[in-house]
Write a new protein. Structure first.
Length: 211
């Protein structure tokens, strides 16, 4: 294997769907219960601010900051560790690390829960760079996070980006990276027609066969 990997987190390495949906639903029930159907069907993956705004709807935008505050309290303090790695993820990351394959993360998840999860799963030594939506002075989208990884770590310029949503694929394509779509994430029902996909995998362990 000669290339590096940049990973998305939620929906790619970590199954956090139940925990995140639970938080969205509990918060919206307090603030705007009529919007509960939107919280039950929202796509997991975009930045918290964008998702919260979409759940609230136009009429409830004045409650946006309160939504975000309540979500962070609930998610970080109560249900963060309900998230689990997907099957064979830890074993695969360990094998890639032992082969000296460079790895990084670019995630719309905030830095605090991201680092908590990585420590909890014992992944601290696996990643050369971890870029989160709020780990810089200004909030960035996935495209910008990947760009910052490439600028500071030239070894990732020929890397694969591994993700589960159309936005992941778009961000990889925009940075001229080969995109690997995981089929077990959250974006399978999205329209993928405009995304250049190099590989599709059903299990992260399949990365070991890519070179």
């Amino acid at each position: 294997m000669s290339k590096a990997f940049i990973f998305d987190l939620d929906g790619t390495l970590v199954d956090s769907e139940k925990a995140i949906y639970r938080c969205f639903q509990e918060v919206i029930e307090k603030l705007a219960p009529e919007r509960l159907p939107y919280a039950k069907n929202i796509l997991i993956g975009p930045p918290l601010h964008d998702t919260a705004s979409e759940i609230l709807g136009h009429k409830n935008q004045g409650k946006l900051e309160e939504f975000i505050k309540l979500f962070i309290q609930l998610h970080d303090d109560q249900v963060l560790f309900h998230s689990q790695p997907y099957a064979r993820v830890t074993e695969t990351l360990n094998k890639l690390h032992k082969q000296n394959i460079p790895m990084s993360i670019a995630t719309n998840k905030r830095e605090n829960p991201t680092l908590k999860l990585i420590k909890h799963f014992g992944w601290n030594n696996y990643f050369k760079k971890i870029e989160c939506s709020d780990s810089n002075k200004y909030n960035r989208n996935k495209n910008q996070m990947i760009r910052d990884i490439l600028k500071s770590n030239p070894e990732f310029c020929s890397s694969f980006f591994v993700g589960d949503t159309v936005n992941d694929g778009f961000s990889a394509n925009q940075n001229q990276l080969s995109f690997i779509k995981v089929n077990f994430g959250y974006g399978n029902n999205q329209n993928w027609s405009s995304i250049n996909i190099e590989y599709k995998i059903n299990n992260l362990e399949e990365l070991l066969k890519i070179n």
